[in-house]
Design a protein around this ligand. Sequence first.
Ligand SMILES: Cc1cc2nc3c(=O)[nH]c(=O)nc-3n(C[C@H](O)[C@H](O)[C@H](O)COP(=O)(O)OP(=O)(O)OC[C@H]3O[C@@H](n4cnc5c(N)ncnc54)[C@H](O)[C@@H]3O)c2cc1C
Length: 467
Amino acid sequence: MVVDVDQLDNSLVDIDVYTLTEYVSAKPLESNLEVLFTTTEHVSQQEEKPCAQLKCGENLKFPFARDSYSPVAVSILDDKELVSADAVTDTKRVVELTLDISALGDLHYDPGDTVAILPSNASKVVAQLLQRLDLTQQADSACHVRLAANCTKKSAKVPAHIPASTTPREIFTHCVALHSVPQKQFLSALASCTSDVRERAFLASLSSKQGAVHYQTLILERGLGLLDLLELCASCKPSLALLIEHLPRLLPRPYSISNSPLEGKQQLRIIYSIRARKPGVTTSMLEVKLKEQPARVFVYPRLQNAFHYTDLELPGNQILIAVGTGLAPFLGFLAHKELCQQQATGQTWLYVGAKTSQAMLKQQQLIAWQKSSVLQRLRMCYSRSSSDDEPKHVQELLEQDAEELVELLLLPKTILYVCADGAKISKSIDDCLRRCMQRVLHLDETEAVKRLKELRTQGKYREDVWL
Ligand SMILES: Cc1cc2nc3c(=O)[nH]c(=O)nc-3n(C[C@H](O)[C@H](O)[C@H](O)COP(=O)(O)OP(=O)(O)OC[C@H]3O[C@@H](n4cnc5c(N)ncnc54)[C@H](O)[C@@H]3O)c2cc1C
């Protein structure tokens, strides 16, 4: 039976069921940190604050940031709902944002490049956590984190993502990932600050080697995080220092640029999808930002990799394969090709799958691009289609076109791009391409795998895997 973990409610977890009678709890980390409230100074929450990670100085690197760029606040100029959420077909709401990037200076980018957005944790969640830690009164008091006086561990350090001077609210809002997967040592540390015997035994048992099956079920499969565990264990009261020690850094999330730089204007567009149940941290934050005035987010451009449109340097053909919001970067590719059509003379084929026709991003635009010969082939399919005659997945479309597809792919100037919002889908597309190669070129499985690997090495098969 497949259990929809998002449907499950924490109140349905009976902690006794997951508590062993015999176990040896994981050894908790020694506590190396302490938090010192420097003054009674109350840091005002009124004005717009920079993200606290920006106060950490040069020691804190932003992953994949382009040289000489650090995160800056940019305005959201416009937001457009491209797809509305639909519970019946399990379709996610999809939103297109237009960002004013003048604060990034003269940014050069290609379609397919990505920007990173700095997330923040929801204010309601942060407030609940502060309350649990009895820090509501001191939430906005200046503090600093230092090594504990009795710390003997030579390699101990204050995490680089905690600013020298900060507040508890800032730490929880901008610096630490509250929804990360709790490690066993963290569970054991949480057990040590839990007064209720049953709750303490539950956390300790979950941290133990003997409790591996329960850890797999509750933490890895069901996705219980710190906040769920606190809800289940009302007497668990960790200290701020303990949480800083165990929670990882709240990391920026990448988003693909979905427009062409040739559109001019100091603007770029990104497209995000948001889950109806258990929405993610960044996407939830973006939804809240849309209601703010002015609506601003912290953004930086990420280093370019092979996944970008190269037709102008190397006129050729592109095979684009996308599923769901994975179409976002290709909308940029196609807009770009349209704007430089005299130079871009190659073939562009797009294979794209969505749950339903309504969930297909910019369907009318795709059809218009086909009519104006920006796209030479457009194949769309819908996984929730009720018709048995129509292909439901891009893999089926690829198999149907296998002969021509492999022929085009093997031309020296063809690049195949795959973008899907999930590693499983990318793997399944890879398997499908392998089958196409096998069939058309009469190869056995090992030879076909080798050919695909060669195509990757030659830069002819490029992938963007999102989640
Ligand atoms: C190179 C690259 C480019 C990307 N480009 C885009 C893009 O253009 N548009 C885009 O929407 N995303 C894109 N992503 C994914 C994006 O970076 C985030 O991972 C995504 O928006 C969820 O972020 P979050 O902080 O809201 O979720 P988190 O808080 O990180 O969510 C935790 C987990 O919930 C699940 N989850 C949350 N939201 C979703 C969702 N909407 N769909 C499926 N599972 C979800 C995931 O399993 C995720 O690991 C890209 C990722 C990479 C690596």
